[in-house]
Write a protein that binds this ligand. Structure first.
Ligand SMILES: [Zn+2]
Length: 323
C-alpha cells in the first residue's frame, strides 16, 4: 500500500432540517514532521479566486510529492470553501441565516448556527503556524493582489507578506479593524493569519491566482514545508505599502451607470478623468470622477450601477513608505 499522504477530512457536520447534511471539509497533505500551514477561502460564497488557488496548490504539491517526496515536510491544510452553503447557492452571506460568516468569529460551540460554524473553523485551525485567508473583493469592485494587515500585527506579519509576490501591503489602523473576522480571531489566539484580497467576486483571474501561488510557495519554503533546494518560480512582484494616510476613496456623486475611462492598476495623475456616471435616459453626463492625487488606481468599480455614495475607486498616493 502506498503511503496515504493526502486525505479529505470532514471537520464539522450539521444535519439540515429535511435530509441534507452541511459538511465542512479540508484537504490535508501530511509530509511528516514539520510546520503546519493552512489556506482558507470561500468564507464569502461569491468569492471564488481562492478556490482556484487551492486547486493550483494541490496540483503543485501532488506533482512534487510524486517526483521528490523527500522535498516536503510538515502538514498543509487546504480549506477551499468555508461557507459551503454560500458557494453552492451563489450567495455571499451564509444562506438561511442571512449573516456574513466572517462577522461571527470566534464563535461558540453551542450558540446560533453561524457561531457554531465559526467555532468549528477556529478549532480546526488552532495551532497552525500560518493561515492565509484568501478573499476576492465582491462583485462590485476589482482589486489588485494585496495583503491587508492590522497595524497591531505588522511586526509579525509584514515580513511574511513581503514574500507573497503581491503588489500591495495595506496596513489598517486598529480602529478600522473588524474584531469579529476569522483573521482577527486567529491573530488574537496566536495563530498568524494573513488576509489576501484580489480580483473580483464571482470570477476567477488566473494570472492573479498564479501570482499568489508563487508567493505562497515562497513563504512555505521559508517556513520549512518545502526543502531549500527546490527551485521555485522567481518572484516578480514587490509590494507597495499603503496605510490609512495615503489611500484616497472616490465615491459616486450621483446615482447612475458608471463607465470607466481609466484602467485598473495603472498610474493616474491629479485631475485625470477616471470615469463618468451617465443616465440611460438621456445623452448628458451626470457626473465625472477625477483623481484627487497623483497615484495608483488599485481599486476600480467593476459593477456599473452605482448609487450616490457608492465606492467607485481607491487610489494610493505615490508615497512608498519603507517599513
Ligand atoms: Zn471576502
Amino acid at each position: 500500500m502506498p503511503e496515504l499522504f493526502k486525505t479529505v477530512e470532514t471537520f464539522f457536520t450539521l444535519q439540515m432540517p429535511y435530509c441534507e447534511n452541511l459538511e465542512l471539509r479540508r484537504t490535508v497533505f501530511r509530509f511528516g514532521e514539520g510546520p503546519r500551514v493552512a489556506v482558507t477561502s470561500g468564507i464569502h460564497g461569491d468569492e471564488l479566486e481562492g478556490l482556484y488557488v487551492c486547486h493550483l496548490l494541490a496540483a503543485w504539491l501532488e506533482q512534487l510529492h510524486a517526483t521528490s517526496p523527500a522535498s516536503l515536510r510538515g502538514t498543509v491544510e487546504l480549506y477551499p470553501a468555508l461557507n459551503t452553503l454560500g458557494i453552492d447557492t451563489l450567495t455571499r452571506s451564509l444562506p438561511v441565516f442571512d449573516t456574513d460568516l466572517n462577522r461571527n468569529f470566534p464563535g461558540s460551540p453551542d450558540g446560533a448556527i453561524p457561531h457554531r460554524i465559526a467555532h468549528a473553523i477556529m478549532g480546526s485551525l488552532a495551532g497552525a503556524d500560518l493561515v492565509i485567508d484568501i478573499h476576492a473583493s465582491n462583485i462590485f469592485l476589482r482589486e489588485i493582489p494585496q495583503v491587508r494587515i492590522n497595524q497591531e500585527c505588522a511586526d509579525k506579519l509584514v515580513p511574511l507578506a513581503r514574500m507573497m509576490n503581491l503588489d500591495l501591503i495595506w496596513l489598517h489602523s486598529a480602529v478600522t479593524v473588524l474584531e469579529s473576522t476569522i483573521a482577527h480571531s486567529l491573530n488574537s489566539n496566536g495563530v498568524p493569519c494573513l488576509v489576501v484580497e484580489m480580483g473580483v467576486g464571482m470570477r476567477i483571474t488566473p494570472e492573479y491566482c498564479e501570482q499568489l501561488v508563487t508567493g505562497i510557495l515562497a513563504v512555505w519554503q521559508e517556513l520549512g514545508i518545502i526543502a531549500p533546494e527546490v527551485r521555485l518560480t522567481p518572484q516578480l512582484h514587490h509590494p507597495l505599502v499603503a496605510d490609512d494616510s495615503n489611500v484616497h476613496y472616490l465615491n459616486a456623486q450621483t446615482s447612475g451607470l458608471f463607465v470607466p475611462s481609466a484602467s485598473h492598476w495603472t498610474d493616474v495623475h491629479k485631475g485625470e478623468l477616471l470615469g463618468t456616471i451617465v443616465s440611460p435616459h438621456h445623452g448628458g453626463i451626470l457626473s465625472q470622477l477625477r483623481s484627487p492625487v497623483d497615484g495608483i488606481l488599485f481599486t476600480l468599480r467593476e459593477y456599473p450601477i452605482v448609487y450616490e455614495g457608492s465606492l467607485v475607486a481607491r487610489i494610493m498616493a505615490v508615497k512608498q513608505r519603507r517599513i
